[in-house]
Design a binder for this molecule. Structure first.
Ligand SMILES: Nc1ncnc2c1ncn2[C@@H]1O[C@H](COP(=O)(O)OP(=O)(O)O)[C@@H](O)[C@H]1O
Ligand SMILES: [Mg+2]
Length: 339
Protein backbone atom coordinates (compact mmCIF):
# COMPACT_ATOMS: atom_id res chain seq x y z
CA UNK A 1 0.00 0.00 0.00
CA UNK A 2 1.39 3.39 -1.00
CA UNK A 3 1.43 6.19 1.51
CA UNK A 4 -1.65 8.34 1.64
CA UNK A 5 -1.38 11.80 0.16
CA UNK A 6 -3.14 15.12 0.34
CA UNK A 7 -4.21 15.42 -3.28
CA UNK A 8 -5.42 18.66 -4.81
CA UNK A 9 -7.53 17.71 -7.84
CA UNK A 10 -7.16 20.67 -10.20
CA UNK A 11 -9.40 20.98 -13.26
CA UNK A 12 -11.18 23.44 -15.53
CA UNK A 13 -14.33 25.27 -14.59
CA UNK A 14 -16.57 27.09 -17.05
CA UNK A 15 -17.14 30.14 -14.84
CA UNK A 16 -15.47 31.79 -11.82
CA UNK A 17 -15.19 29.53 -8.78
CA UNK A 18 -14.84 29.83 -5.01
CA UNK A 19 -12.48 27.96 -2.70
CA UNK A 20 -15.03 25.62 -1.14
CA UNK A 21 -17.22 25.15 -4.20
CA UNK A 22 -19.50 22.11 -4.27
CA UNK A 23 -19.00 20.16 -7.49
CA UNK A 24 -21.22 17.22 -6.65
CA UNK A 25 -23.89 18.17 -9.22
CA UNK A 26 -21.31 19.05 -11.94
CA UNK A 27 -19.52 15.74 -11.48
CA UNK A 28 -22.70 13.88 -12.39
CA UNK A 29 -22.54 15.36 -15.92
CA UNK A 30 -20.81 13.65 -18.85
CA UNK A 31 -18.42 16.60 -19.36
CA UNK A 32 -16.97 15.99 -15.91
CA UNK A 33 -16.64 12.23 -16.18
CA UNK A 34 -12.85 12.32 -15.90
CA UNK A 35 -12.90 14.44 -12.74
CA UNK A 36 -15.60 12.26 -11.19
CA UNK A 37 -13.76 9.02 -12.02
CA UNK A 38 -10.48 10.31 -10.61
CA UNK A 39 -12.09 11.66 -7.45
CA UNK A 40 -13.70 8.28 -6.83
CA UNK A 41 -10.41 6.45 -7.43
CA UNK A 42 -8.41 8.78 -5.18
CA UNK A 43 -10.95 8.38 -2.40
CA UNK A 44 -10.96 4.60 -2.80
CA UNK A 45 -7.18 4.66 -2.55
CA UNK A 46 -7.50 6.35 0.84
CA UNK A 47 -6.08 9.75 -0.13
CA UNK A 48 -7.40 13.02 1.26
CA UNK A 49 -8.75 14.98 -1.70
CA UNK A 50 -9.67 18.61 -2.19
CA UNK A 51 -11.13 20.05 -5.39
CA UNK A 52 -10.34 23.25 -7.25
CA UNK A 53 -11.83 24.40 -10.56
CA UNK A 54 -9.80 27.04 -12.39
CA UNK A 55 -11.43 29.54 -14.69
CA UNK A 56 -9.57 32.84 -15.06
CA UNK A 57 -8.17 33.48 -11.58
CA UNK A 58 -4.70 32.18 -10.70
CA UNK A 59 -4.71 33.63 -7.18
CA UNK A 60 -7.33 31.18 -6.05
CA UNK A 61 -4.74 28.45 -6.66
CA UNK A 62 -2.30 30.05 -4.23
CA UNK A 63 -5.04 30.45 -1.63
CA UNK A 64 -6.09 26.85 -2.00
CA UNK A 65 -2.54 25.58 -1.66
CA UNK A 66 -2.01 27.63 1.48
CA UNK A 67 -5.21 26.34 3.05
CA UNK A 68 -5.08 22.70 2.00
CA UNK A 69 -1.31 22.10 1.92
CA UNK A 70 -1.39 19.40 -0.78
CA UNK A 71 1.47 16.92 -1.05
CA UNK A 72 0.67 16.43 -4.74
CA UNK A 73 -1.51 18.10 -7.38
CA UNK A 74 -3.52 16.02 -9.85
CA UNK A 75 -3.43 18.34 -12.82
CA UNK A 76 -6.31 18.10 -15.31
CA UNK A 77 -6.18 21.72 -16.46
CA UNK A 78 -6.44 22.11 -20.23
CA UNK A 79 -7.19 25.80 -20.57
CA UNK A 80 -7.38 29.09 -18.73
CA UNK A 81 -9.56 32.05 -19.57
CA UNK A 82 -11.07 30.01 -22.48
CA UNK A 83 -7.59 29.67 -24.02
CA UNK A 84 -6.19 26.17 -24.53
CA UNK A 85 -2.67 27.59 -25.11
CA UNK A 86 -2.49 28.23 -21.36
CA UNK A 87 -2.30 24.56 -20.39
CA UNK A 88 1.48 24.77 -20.43
CA UNK A 89 1.46 28.03 -18.48
CA UNK A 90 -0.39 26.31 -15.66
CA UNK A 91 2.21 23.51 -15.77
CA UNK A 92 4.96 26.18 -15.60
CA UNK A 93 3.27 27.75 -12.62
CA UNK A 94 3.07 24.39 -10.86
CA UNK A 95 6.75 23.81 -11.60
CA UNK A 96 7.55 27.17 -9.99
CA UNK A 97 5.41 26.44 -6.96
CA UNK A 98 7.37 23.22 -6.56
CA UNK A 99 4.65 20.85 -5.37
CA UNK A 100 4.79 17.58 -7.37
CA UNK A 101 2.06 17.45 -10.01
CA UNK A 102 0.83 14.68 -12.29
CA UNK A 103 1.29 14.42 -16.02
CA UNK A 104 3.33 16.38 -18.46
CA UNK A 105 5.48 19.43 -17.76
CA UNK A 106 5.47 22.70 -19.66
CA UNK A 107 8.16 21.75 -22.20
CA UNK A 108 6.44 18.56 -23.30
CA UNK A 109 3.12 20.38 -23.60
CA UNK A 110 4.71 23.10 -25.72
CA UNK A 111 6.38 20.64 -28.08
CA UNK A 112 3.30 18.46 -28.51
CA UNK A 113 0.71 21.20 -28.79
CA UNK A 114 2.39 22.74 -31.82
CA UNK A 115 1.68 20.21 -34.58
CA UNK A 116 4.46 21.71 -36.71
CA UNK A 117 7.19 21.87 -34.06
CA UNK A 118 6.60 18.27 -32.96
CA UNK A 119 6.88 17.07 -36.57
CA UNK A 120 10.04 19.09 -37.17
CA UNK A 121 11.72 17.45 -34.18
CA UNK A 122 10.59 13.94 -35.08
CA UNK A 123 11.51 14.20 -38.76
CA UNK A 124 14.98 15.39 -37.75
CA UNK A 125 15.27 12.06 -35.92
CA UNK A 126 14.02 10.17 -39.01
CA UNK A 127 10.60 9.31 -37.66
CA UNK A 128 8.04 9.25 -40.45
CA UNK A 129 5.64 12.20 -40.23
CA UNK A 130 3.31 13.58 -42.92
CA UNK A 131 4.82 16.23 -45.21
CA UNK A 132 3.47 19.56 -44.04
CA UNK A 133 3.46 23.34 -44.40
CA UNK A 134 2.38 26.05 -41.99
CA UNK A 135 0.07 28.91 -42.90
CA UNK A 136 0.10 31.81 -40.43
CA UNK A 137 -2.78 34.23 -40.25
CA UNK A 138 -2.59 37.46 -42.25
CA UNK A 139 -0.07 36.00 -44.72
CA UNK A 140 -0.68 35.01 -48.36
CA UNK A 141 -1.77 31.38 -48.77
CA UNK A 142 0.49 29.65 -51.30
CA UNK A 143 0.69 25.88 -51.47
CA UNK A 144 4.28 24.60 -51.74
CA UNK A 145 4.80 22.40 -54.82
CA UNK A 146 6.02 19.43 -52.80
CA UNK A 147 2.77 19.22 -50.86
CA UNK A 148 0.39 17.36 -53.14
CA UNK A 149 -3.31 16.48 -52.86
CA UNK A 150 -5.14 15.13 -51.00
CA UNK A 151 -4.18 17.40 -48.11
CA UNK A 152 -5.54 17.62 -44.57
CA UNK A 153 -5.91 21.08 -42.95
CA UNK A 154 -5.83 21.58 -39.18
CA UNK A 155 -5.48 24.41 -36.71
CA UNK A 156 -1.80 24.46 -35.68
CA UNK A 157 -2.35 24.25 -31.94
CA UNK A 158 -5.66 22.69 -31.04
CA UNK A 159 -6.94 19.52 -29.46
CA UNK A 160 -9.98 17.29 -29.32
CA UNK A 161 -10.56 17.67 -33.08
CA UNK A 162 -11.55 21.33 -32.75
CA UNK A 163 -11.77 22.69 -36.30
CA UNK A 164 -11.60 19.20 -37.84
CA UNK A 165 -14.41 18.21 -40.20
CA UNK A 166 -14.82 16.27 -43.46
CA UNK A 167 -14.04 19.64 -45.13
CA UNK A 168 -10.52 19.48 -43.63
CA UNK A 169 -9.79 16.92 -46.36
CA UNK A 170 -9.11 18.98 -49.51
CA UNK A 171 -8.44 17.87 -53.07
CA UNK A 172 -7.80 21.09 -55.01
CA UNK A 173 -6.40 24.60 -54.56
CA UNK A 174 -9.71 26.37 -54.08
CA UNK A 175 -10.83 23.96 -51.30
CA UNK A 176 -7.33 24.31 -49.86
CA UNK A 177 -7.32 28.08 -49.47
CA UNK A 178 -10.98 28.18 -48.50
CA UNK A 179 -10.44 25.80 -45.57
CA UNK A 180 -7.31 27.61 -44.38
CA UNK A 181 -9.12 30.94 -44.48
CA UNK A 182 -12.04 29.41 -42.61
CA UNK A 183 -9.77 28.20 -39.77
CA UNK A 184 -7.93 31.54 -39.65
CA UNK A 185 -11.19 33.42 -39.34
CA UNK A 186 -13.35 31.19 -37.16
CA UNK A 187 -10.71 29.93 -34.70
CA UNK A 188 -8.24 32.82 -35.04
CA UNK A 189 -5.48 30.21 -35.39
CA UNK A 190 -2.57 29.52 -37.72
CA UNK A 191 -2.97 26.39 -39.84
CA UNK A 192 -0.96 23.32 -40.66
CA UNK A 193 -1.60 21.60 -43.99
CA UNK A 194 -0.49 17.96 -44.01
CA UNK A 195 -0.06 15.20 -46.52
CA UNK A 196 -3.20 13.08 -46.08
CA UNK A 197 -2.22 9.66 -44.74
CA UNK A 198 -4.72 7.01 -45.77
CA UNK A 199 -4.79 4.04 -43.42
CA UNK A 200 -5.80 2.55 -40.10
CA UNK A 201 -5.76 4.95 -37.16
CA UNK A 202 -4.05 3.60 -34.05
CA UNK A 203 -3.94 4.99 -30.52
CA UNK A 204 -0.93 4.05 -28.43
CA UNK A 205 -1.02 4.62 -24.68
CA UNK A 206 2.18 4.97 -22.66
CA UNK A 207 2.85 5.41 -18.96
CA UNK A 208 6.12 6.44 -17.36
CA UNK A 209 8.91 8.98 -17.22
CA UNK A 210 12.18 7.39 -18.24
CA UNK A 211 11.11 3.78 -18.09
CA UNK A 212 8.00 3.42 -20.22
CA UNK A 213 5.18 0.94 -20.21
CA UNK A 214 3.19 0.60 -23.40
CA UNK A 215 -0.38 -0.69 -23.32
CA UNK A 216 -2.39 -2.69 -25.88
CA UNK A 217 -3.03 -0.61 -28.99
CA UNK A 218 -6.50 0.81 -29.67
CA UNK A 219 -7.96 1.60 -33.07
CA UNK A 220 -10.81 3.74 -34.34
CA UNK A 221 -13.01 1.95 -36.88
CA UNK A 222 -15.31 3.64 -39.39
CA UNK A 223 -17.53 0.67 -40.21
CA UNK A 224 -20.31 2.40 -42.17
CA UNK A 225 -18.33 5.21 -43.82
CA UNK A 226 -18.39 4.59 -47.60
CA UNK A 227 -15.21 3.22 -49.18
CA UNK A 228 -14.41 6.42 -51.14
CA UNK A 229 -14.91 8.84 -48.20
CA UNK A 230 -11.94 9.88 -46.03
CA UNK A 231 -12.06 8.16 -42.64
CA UNK A 232 -11.04 10.73 -40.07
CA UNK A 233 -11.69 11.47 -36.41
CA UNK A 234 -13.55 14.75 -36.93
CA UNK A 235 -15.14 16.67 -34.09
CA UNK A 236 -18.46 14.93 -34.70
CA UNK A 237 -16.82 11.53 -35.14
CA UNK A 238 -15.33 11.91 -31.66
CA UNK A 239 -18.06 13.58 -29.67
CA UNK A 240 -21.47 13.18 -31.34
CA UNK A 241 -22.98 9.85 -30.26
CA UNK A 242 -25.71 9.87 -32.95
CA UNK A 243 -23.18 10.60 -35.66
CA UNK A 244 -20.94 7.78 -34.37
CA UNK A 245 -23.88 5.40 -34.44
CA UNK A 246 -24.94 6.45 -37.93
CA UNK A 247 -21.47 5.89 -39.44
CA UNK A 248 -20.54 2.88 -37.31
CA UNK A 249 -17.63 4.70 -35.67
CA UNK A 250 -16.12 2.71 -32.80
CA UNK A 251 -13.01 2.88 -30.63
CA UNK A 252 -11.85 -0.66 -29.87
CA UNK A 253 -8.73 -2.74 -29.42
CA UNK A 254 -6.71 -2.93 -32.60
CA UNK A 255 -7.42 -5.86 -34.86
CA UNK A 256 -4.49 -8.03 -35.99
CA UNK A 257 -1.46 -6.00 -37.06
CA UNK A 258 0.86 -7.09 -39.86
CA UNK A 259 4.03 -8.93 -38.83
CA UNK A 260 6.64 -6.77 -37.13
CA UNK A 261 4.34 -3.76 -36.70
CA UNK A 262 3.72 -4.22 -32.97
CA UNK A 263 7.49 -4.16 -32.33
CA UNK A 264 7.88 -1.14 -34.59
CA UNK A 265 5.06 0.68 -32.76
CA UNK A 266 6.70 0.02 -29.40
CA UNK A 267 10.11 1.18 -30.49
CA UNK A 268 8.99 4.34 -32.28
CA UNK A 269 6.43 5.31 -29.61
CA UNK A 270 9.01 5.23 -26.85
CA UNK A 271 11.37 7.27 -28.97
CA UNK A 272 8.67 9.86 -29.72
CA UNK A 273 7.74 10.12 -26.02
CA UNK A 274 11.33 10.93 -25.08
CA UNK A 275 12.02 13.25 -28.01
CA UNK A 276 8.95 15.34 -27.21
CA UNK A 277 9.86 15.55 -23.49
CA UNK A 278 6.65 13.88 -22.37
CA UNK A 279 6.26 12.92 -18.74
CA UNK A 280 3.66 10.89 -16.85
CA UNK A 281 1.29 9.50 -19.43
CA UNK A 282 0.37 10.09 -23.06
CA UNK A 283 -1.56 8.75 -26.02
CA UNK A 284 0.02 8.88 -29.46
CA UNK A 285 -2.09 9.04 -32.62
CA UNK A 286 -0.50 7.16 -35.52
CA UNK A 287 -1.65 5.88 -38.89
CA UNK A 288 -0.69 2.59 -40.52
CA UNK A 289 -0.86 2.59 -44.32
CA UNK A 290 -1.83 -0.42 -46.43
CA UNK A 291 1.85 -0.61 -47.38
CA UNK A 292 2.77 -1.16 -43.72
CA UNK A 293 4.19 2.31 -43.15
CA UNK A 294 3.69 3.71 -39.65
CA UNK A 295 3.15 7.49 -39.66
CA UNK A 296 3.04 9.83 -36.65
CA UNK A 297 -0.05 12.08 -36.51
CA UNK A 298 0.18 13.69 -33.08
CA UNK A 299 1.11 13.22 -29.43
CA UNK A 300 -1.36 13.88 -26.62
CA UNK A 301 0.27 14.39 -23.24
CA UNK A 302 -2.32 14.21 -20.41
CA UNK A 303 -4.87 12.43 -22.65
CA UNK A 304 -8.44 12.09 -21.49
CA UNK A 305 -8.37 9.87 -18.46
CA UNK A 306 -12.02 8.90 -17.90
CA UNK A 307 -12.31 5.18 -17.15
CA UNK A 308 -14.23 4.53 -20.39
CA UNK A 309 -11.73 6.33 -22.65
CA UNK A 310 -8.97 4.74 -24.72
CA UNK A 311 -6.11 5.36 -22.29
CA UNK A 312 -7.71 3.73 -19.24
CA UNK A 313 -9.18 0.95 -21.36
CA UNK A 314 -5.71 0.12 -22.68
CA UNK A 315 -4.27 0.13 -19.16
CA UNK A 316 -7.07 -2.14 -17.96
CA UNK A 317 -6.31 -4.63 -20.72
CA UNK A 318 -2.72 -4.62 -19.45
CA UNK A 319 -4.02 -5.58 -15.99
CA UNK A 320 -3.98 -2.11 -14.38
CA UNK A 321 -7.42 -1.24 -13.04
CA UNK A 322 -8.51 2.39 -12.79
CA UNK A 323 -7.53 3.10 -9.15
CA UNK A 324 -4.16 1.42 -9.76
CA UNK A 325 -3.69 3.59 -12.84
CA UNK A 326 -4.47 6.74 -10.85
CA UNK A 327 -1.97 5.67 -8.19
CA UNK A 328 0.70 4.97 -10.82
CA UNK A 329 0.15 8.44 -12.31
CA UNK A 330 0.45 9.98 -8.84
CA UNK A 331 3.71 8.09 -8.25
CA UNK A 332 5.15 9.43 -11.51
CA UNK A 333 4.65 13.02 -10.33
CA UNK A 334 7.92 12.74 -8.43
CA UNK A 335 10.55 12.53 -11.15
CA UNK A 336 13.04 9.77 -10.57
CA UNK A 337 10.76 7.82 -8.25
CA UNK A 338 10.46 4.94 -10.72
CA UNK A 339 14.08 4.78 -11.84
N1 LIG B 1 -2.13 13.98 -41.90
C1 LIG B 1 -3.27 13.34 -41.68
N2 LIG B 1 -3.68 12.36 -42.53
C2 LIG B 1 -4.85 11.71 -42.30
N3 LIG B 1 -5.68 11.98 -41.27
C3 LIG B 1 -5.31 12.94 -40.41
C4 LIG B 1 -4.09 13.67 -40.55
N4 LIG B 1 -4.01 14.56 -39.53
C5 LIG B 1 -5.13 14.39 -38.79
N5 LIG B 1 -5.91 13.42 -39.30
C6 LIG B 1 -7.22 12.99 -38.78
O1 LIG B 1 -7.78 14.04 -38.00
C7 LIG B 1 -7.89 13.63 -36.62
C8 LIG B 1 -7.55 14.79 -35.70
O2 LIG B 1 -6.23 15.24 -35.96
P1 LIG B 1 -5.18 15.42 -34.79
O3 LIG B 1 -3.92 15.94 -35.38
O4 LIG B 1 -5.10 14.17 -34.00
O5 LIG B 1 -5.86 16.60 -33.98
P2 LIG B 1 -6.53 16.70 -32.52
O6 LIG B 1 -5.46 17.25 -31.65
O7 LIG B 1 -7.65 17.65 -32.68
O8 LIG B 1 -6.92 15.31 -32.10
C9 LIG B 1 -6.95 12.45 -36.49
O9 LIG B 1 -7.36 11.63 -35.44
C10 LIG B 1 -7.08 11.80 -37.85
O10 LIG B 1 -8.26 11.03 -37.96
MG1 LIG C 1 -5.70 13.60 -32.07
Amino acid sequence: MSKTERVLLLFNAESPTVLDQDYSEDFKKKDWQTEADILRALTELGHTVSLLGLFDDSEILFHKIKLFQPTVIFNLVERFRYDSAHDRDIASLLQLIGIPFTGCGATGMTLCKNKGLSKEILSFHRIRVPDFAIFPRRKPIRRPKNLSFPIFIKPLKEEASMGIAQASFVENDSQFSERIRFIHETLDQDCIAEEYIDGRELYISLLGNKRLEIFPVREIRFNEVPEDEPKVATYRAKWDENYRKKWGIKNQFAGPLPGGIQEKIEKVSKKIYQLLSIRGYARLDMRLTSGGELVFIEANPNPMLAAEEDFAQSALKAGIDFPQLVQRILNLSRPGIED
